[in-house]
Design a protein around this ligand. Structure first.
Ligand code: ADP
Ligand code: MG
Length: 312
């Protein structure tokens, strides 16, 4: 643990704290104040999040990156209203978030589509409040057009590729016309080429709609290509370690050297964090071995660390 707590505050953390202290011209779209969350586990109550404070501006595209288990999904679920903050406050437009709502659409890793409905019917499902059937269909088709999927409106999910299903999920989320789009590793299950195409699509849609987006990923290149700001989290306890404004012009390309330059800076910080986790994991494994339980099915294995893409 001392490895990190002993370190002087990085410039980025100081910048993060300064930003939080600034009086804001308008209320933050999303604001977290000293949020801490603990789950009951067999190892006691480790903090999934500890004292996380964060302000996200209207129309901002914020990416959260960090190794597995650092609390990214927990943070997103709290903003979605799917999980209560154990301690601390969470606000949208200065109003406390107490439950889920259509103003905050969530897109998960696996597109959660209804298999018995076609693509357009899945999108229509989000438009139940539109009473007129024709108007509802027209609006759903408009959303499918937004993700370039009109031709497949009548296809069922099993007839679509993973990337196409994710596009339907994005169209469905956009149909709600949410204030905030919450995306939890939406491209993690896709192949690299499909992912790059969808990164382009999300970037274009954001430029057109200027929604506030909070995008969780463990892929640093993805984060740098999409984010106005990249927030790096550390684990045990889950916290914010660093944040970086990405000042590159848009639209950005995943493979651009400038993107790689920013990604490098983030990786340098995350690598420390990953090293810490690997160290703690191995201690844990040793301790379990000593107790004759080296086959713990709940044990999480962290993949190799030296990569800028997947697998941090
Ligand atoms: P990430 O999305 O960054 O991989 P999570 O937010 O899913 O991380 O999890 C953060 C930590 O909280 C992990 O240690 C995870 O095991 C733990 N955790 C998450 N959800 C639960 C739960 N429902 N019960 C117990 N522990 C949980
Ligand atoms: Mg997660």
């Amino acid at each position: 643990m001392g490895l990190f707590t002993a370190k002087p505050k990085s410039e980025e953390i100081e910048a993060h704290e300064r930003r939080l202290a600034l009086p804001l011209a308008k209320p933050a779209k999303i604001r977290l104040e000293n949020v801490s969350v603990r789950f009951d586990t067999r190892q006691g109550q480790p903090a999934a999040l500890e004292n996380v404070s964060l302000a996200i501006q209207p129309g901002e595209f914020v990416c959260l990156v960090g190794p597995s288990g650092c609390g990214k999904s927990t943070l997103l679920n709290i903003i979605a209203g799917l999980l209560p903050a154990g301690q601390g406050q969470v606000y949208k437009d200065d109003v406390p978030i107490t439950k889920a709502g259509p103003d905050r659409a969530v897109i998960f890793q696996e597109a959660a589509l209804f298999p018995w409905l076609t693509a357009v019917q899945n999108v229509e499902f989000a438009l139940k409040s539109v009473r007129d059937k024709k108007a509802r269909r027209a609006k759903a088709l408009e959303q499918l057009q937004m993700v370039h999927l009109s031709r497949f409106a009548d296809s069922y999910p099993h007839e679509l590729s993973g990337g196409m299903r994710q596009r339907v999920a994005i169209a469905r989320a956009l149909a709600l016309d949410p204030d905030v789009l919450l995306m939890d590793e939406p491209f993690a299950a896709l192949d690299a080429q499909t992912r790059d195409v969808l990164i382009g699509e999300v970037q274009r849609i954001w430029l057109e709609t200027r929604k506030t987006v909070i995008f969780v990923t463990h892929n640093v290149m993805e984060a740098v290509t999409l984010g106005d700001r990249v927030i790096c989290m550390g684990a045990r306890p889950g916290c914010i370690k660093q944040e970086l404004d990405i000042t590159l012009e848009r639209p950005r390309a995943v493979e651009h050297p400038d993107t790689a330059r920013f990604a490098q800076r983030i990786m340098a910080n995350l690598q420390d964090e990953i090293a810490k986790i690997v160290l703690e994991e191995s201690d844990f494994v040793e301790a379990e071995r000593a107790r004759g339980r080296d086959d713990d099915p709940d044990r999480v294995l962290y993949p190799h660390t030296n990569t800028m893409g997947d697998g941090i």
